[in-house]
Design a protein around this ligand. Structure first.
Ligand code: FAD
Ligand code: NDP
Length: 501
């Protein structure tokens, strides 16, 4: 049993959604493109899972979560419940966050794929075959015009695009020489061009030699099923205690969501401060103080050697024998890219699949995008693998451009960009956090930041609480890599440096 496509995207996450949109913009023909995903839903904006998806229903957000809205704007907002006099954003649920809403693009709902991918009837199929035969002739355009007028259907666009969405289906092996994928259901899918968009999986406690991953109320967060489970566990534990293991992105964002759900949170991680891979101690201290004001407790520098929920699930025992009350545990201890299908077949680097500036792997017919791809970052002259949504979106678009219009597509020229939103806080980072660091702004107020300077040039910029213009300015300045001669002067100028660059 088998099917053949010109283009196959393996994986149905962020990269896949943005690649699909790009394919349709560039005019892929009906039936040429297939997406295979282990997830049972069409591609969605994964970042929503640790933010909007975990918001409580019907519980008012604290007043400071209304952000900078005036009281009049709060009352006029769609989330204001006049009868209860409360304002709380409703939790995000599909279909609202299917790709590509995160980049203010079209929302690719299951209907979108259906309309763009499947022949709705035998007659339509015949029409499409006929149109394929006369494509490029005047007759084709006349025919298409008539179909619009008489049938009120745009057969032209139905003819030009076409996406087969194979959901809930895991690919269990790949053969890049034969250009085939074998699914867990036993189907062989062959391709001319393959885009690998398999993302990553969450690391489990067992992989660190710890027990307890499968204990009751121990949650991870990578996909919709995980997020749904967290919501269920949270709802049964409102007012209870949660322990968050890991002080990275998942740890910080989930801790904030748990607090908003009125759950007491303790964060446990091995480093001296949160977000140790990106934040300086000074930046981290701002966020930790903010979290502590919200009631979060920190246990830092703790390496777990065992984790056990005792029989009634009410207590967590850490490796140093300390006991923590825990109705639930959320684990965010990093990820591993899903490369296993291609090990021994494609060149790997930095834990991912190595690609060139066209996102092409060591096999000409295979491309890789998103979390799984290790690509040359021109700006820094080295291969990097990034685990962030902006890079997944842009690498996806670039790969499709390189596939569909190779002569017009140059090397991927990407400025690394990370961001997070927690409580009412919001930060953005551009570039590289290497070299010496210079802080600026008001760390006791709402807007502050940092620059990283390496070999006499600005290479990275961080800003909390900026305006759209200010974020654009630090992004632009970081890409320009201006020379910095005097660090004290840079500190004095602060944001002014980026705004003037
Ligand atoms: P993914 O989106 O992970 O998609 C991979 C897909 O491949 C999945 O659908 C998976 O099921 C499928 N797959 C894997 N193996 C197989 C197989 N063998 N067969 C079939 N299908 C397979 N980044 C930010 O920059 N900002 C944020 O605020 C942010 N928030 C995040 C919040 C959460 C909770 C998570 C988990 C990540 C967040 N990220 C954020 C990171 C961002 O979501 C990822 O970088 C991005 O999703 C990567 O896209 P991708 O397409 O490479 O992989
Ligand atoms: P991170 O790599 O950001 O953080 C993992 C954290 O867990 C680190 O603090 C790490 O410490 C710590 N850790 C590792 N092992 C243990 C252990 N045994 N016990 C306790 N702590 C441990 O990964 P996350 O899991 O937070 O995030 C997963 C992925 O999701 C990442 O790719 C991330 O980019 C993405 N994501 C991005 C978001 C964003 O960009 N806003 C939001 C949410 C997720 P150490 O550094 O010492 O190993």
């Amino acid at each position: 049993m088998g099917r053949a496509f010109v283009y196959v995207i393996l994986g149905g996450g962020v990269g896949a959604g943005y690649a699909a949109l790009e394919f349709t913009k560039r005019g892929v023909s009906h039936g040429e493109l297939c997406i295979i995903s282990e997830e049972p839903v069409a591609p969605y904006e994964r970042p929503a899972l640790s933010k909007g998806f975990l918001l409580p229903e019907g519980i008012p957000l604290p007043q400071d979560s209304w952000g900078k809205l005036t009281s009049r704007e709060v009352i006029q907002s769609p989330w204001f419940d006049n009868s209860k006099k409360i304002c709380g954003s409703p939790p995000a649920r599909l279909p609202s966050f299917h790709t590509c809403v995160g980049a203010n693009e079209e929302r690719l709902t299951p209907k979108w794929y259906k309309e763009h991918g499947n022949c709705s009837s035998y007659h339509t199929l015949l029409l499409l075959v006929l149109m394929r035969m006369i494509k490029g002739t005047n007759l084709y355009w006349i025919f298409n015009y008539m179909s619009n007028v008489i049938l009120c259907r745009d057969l032209h666009s139905e003819f030009l695009v076409g996406i087969e969405l194979v959901l809930g289906t895991r690919v269990k092996s790949a053969d890049v020489k034969r250009k085939t994928l074998l699914t867990a259901t036993g189907e062989t899918i062959s391709y001319k061009i393959l885009i690998i968009a398999t993302g990553a999986r969450a690391l489990k406690l067992e992989e660190f030699g710890l027990n307890g991953s499968d204990a009751r109320n121990v949650c991870y967060l990578r996909d919709l099923a995980d997020a749904t489970r967290i919501v269920d566990v949270m709802q049964s534990g409102i007012g209870g205690n949660a322990v968050v293991i890991g002080g990275g992105y998942i740890g910080m964002e989930c801790a904030a969501s748990l607090v908003i759900n009125k759950i007491n949170v303790t964060m446990v991680f091995p480093e001296e401060h949160c977000m140790a891979r990106l934040f300086t101690p000074k930046i981290a201290s701002y966020y930790e103080d903010y979290y502590e004001d919200k009631g979060v407790k920190f246990i830092k520098g703790t390496v777990l050697s065992s984790i056990d929920m005792n029989s009634d699930g009410k207590e967590l025992i850490l490796g140093d024998e300390s006991h923590l009350p825990a109705d639930m545990v959320v684990v965010g201890i990093g990820i591993r890219p899903n490369t296993a299908l291609f090990e021994g077949q494609l060149t790997l680097e930095k834990g991912g699949i190595k690609v060139n500036g066209r996102m092409q792997t060591s096999n000409n017919s295979v491309y890789a995008i998103g979390d799984v791809a290790a690509f040359p970052v021109k700006l820094f002259g080295e291969i990097r693998r990034l685990e962030h949504v902006d890079s997944a979106r842009k690498s996806a678009r670039h790969a499709v451009a390189a596939i569909m219009e190779p002569e017009k597509t140059g090397e991927f020229d990407y400025l690394p960009f990370f961001y997070s939103r927690i409580f009412t806080l919001s930060w953005q980072f551009y570039g590289d956090n290497a070299g010496e660091v210079v802080h600026f702004g008001d760390f006791s107020g709402n807007t502050f930041g940092a620059y990283w300077v390496s070999k006499g040039h600005l290479v990275g910029s961080f800003l909390e609480g900026g305006t759209k213009e200010q974020y654009e300015a630090i992004s632009k300045a970081t890409r320009l890599k201006p020379a910095v001669e005097d660090l004290a002067e840079l500190e004095n100028q602060g944001l002014g440096f980026a705004l003037a660059a």
